[in-house]
Design a protein around this ligand. Structure first.
Ligand SMILES: [Zn+2]
Length: 329
């Protein structure tokens, strides 16, 4: 019997959540499973959670009449560094105990289906390119703004992996020589300034130097409780310090975007992650400074837009990876 409608599965493996989706070739979600990742319980636990989540999605699909045989494969979006060809995760900062894990082989044995590995931010970029904000363009750069800054680059409709799968580490672009210390050990990375963590850190440092802000009252003097969201909320209320911090954040991101635009000349820059909830307060200064610092010919007509797929981007892109590797996309 010829299988006419095929399905694919995408799993977004994060330090916080594991999201699994069964989707059709148009990118429509058929079934979904989201569970809290018990990463601190170790590698074996997380692997069994992935297997359970995949099985749950397959089972829900079966209840909708989708046979296991009609599922082409599973794509996994994972933190890295990793090896996409061999399917090995070398190391994952948010997954304790993960070192040189041959995840592709392990899952193929347990689930009996082809598995493909992709870096999580690359997967998100691919997802946005396939059916999200970037569906009408072929060249884009995605910035994920969260605890850190991740990136994914799509050139001519393909993920840019680089020599050893470590391309698009946009967050570690140095924007300030001898600047703030980054988690990677280097000073002055974009991530140290413009990630949610960077925003909070710069705010607290300004407060400690004596700057006044309604934030102090909002957290009852417990500066450690300040979040990036609060900084944007206070800025919206007109708080002078927070307005300055958000302007500066836009400037740092604008510098990062200008660098990417000058090098790659994409059609679109997509910003993703929790910080985009700040909307204009984030985007207005970002666009202003990107235009200020990039070459005119390179930035002209480049759209700087929010991501469309939210929480599902990683899993959708992981599923798209299956289609890409099998030559169906
Ligand atoms: Zn860094």
């Amino acid at each position: 019997m010829k299988v006419t409608s095929l399905y694919i599965m995408g799993i977004d493996l994060g330090g916080t959540n594991i999201v699994s989706l069964l989707i059709n070739k148009k990118g429509e979600i058929i079934t979904r499973d989201k569970r809290k990742a018990l990463a601190e319980e170790g590698k074996e636990k997380t692997i069994s959670q992935i297997v359970e989540s995949a099985k749950a999605v397959i089972e829900k699909g079966r209840n909708k009449g989708i046979s296991f045989q009609s599922i082409l494969g599973i794509g996994i979006g994972s933190p890295g560094p990793l090896n996409t060809k061999e399917g090995i995760i070398y190391f994952a900062p948010n997954l304790p105990g993960w070192k040189n894990v041959p995840l592709k082989n392990i899952l193929e044995k347990k689930l009996n289906i082809p598995v493909f590995l992709e870096n999580d931010a690359n997967a998100a970029a691919l997802g946005e390119w396939w059916i999200g904000a970037g569906r009408d363009v072929n060249n884009l750069v995605l910035f994920t703004l969260g605890t850190g800054i991740g990136g994914g680059i799509i050139i001519n409709g393909e993920v840019l992996h680089g020599f050893r799968d470590t391309a698009a580490e946009i967050g570690h672009m140095i924007i300030h020589e001898e600047g703030l210390l980054c988690n990677c050990g280097t000073k002055g990375c974009l991530e140290a300034y413009a990630s949610a963590t960077g925003v909070v850190r710069r705010t607290i440092s300004a407060l400690k130097k004596g700057a006044k802000s309604i934030l102090t009252e909002m957290v009852n003097n417990h500066l450690k409780e300040i979040t990036c969201k609060m900084v944007y909320q206070a800025a919206k209320k007109g708080d002078k310090l927070c307005k300055w911090i958000t302007e500066e954040t836009g400037r740092y991101l604008g510098i990062g975007i200008a660098n990417m635009v000058n090098i790659l000349n994409p059609e679109m820059i997509i910003l993703a992650g929790g910080m985009i909830e700040a909307k204009d307060l984030l985007f207005n200064p970002v666009i202003k400074y990107a235009q200020k610092y990039a070459l005119k010919a390179s930035i002209e007509k480049v759209k700087i837009v929010p991501a469309h797929l939210g929480d599902n981007a990683g899993a959708i892109g992981a599923a798209a990876t299956v289609l890409k590797r099998k030559g169906n996309l």
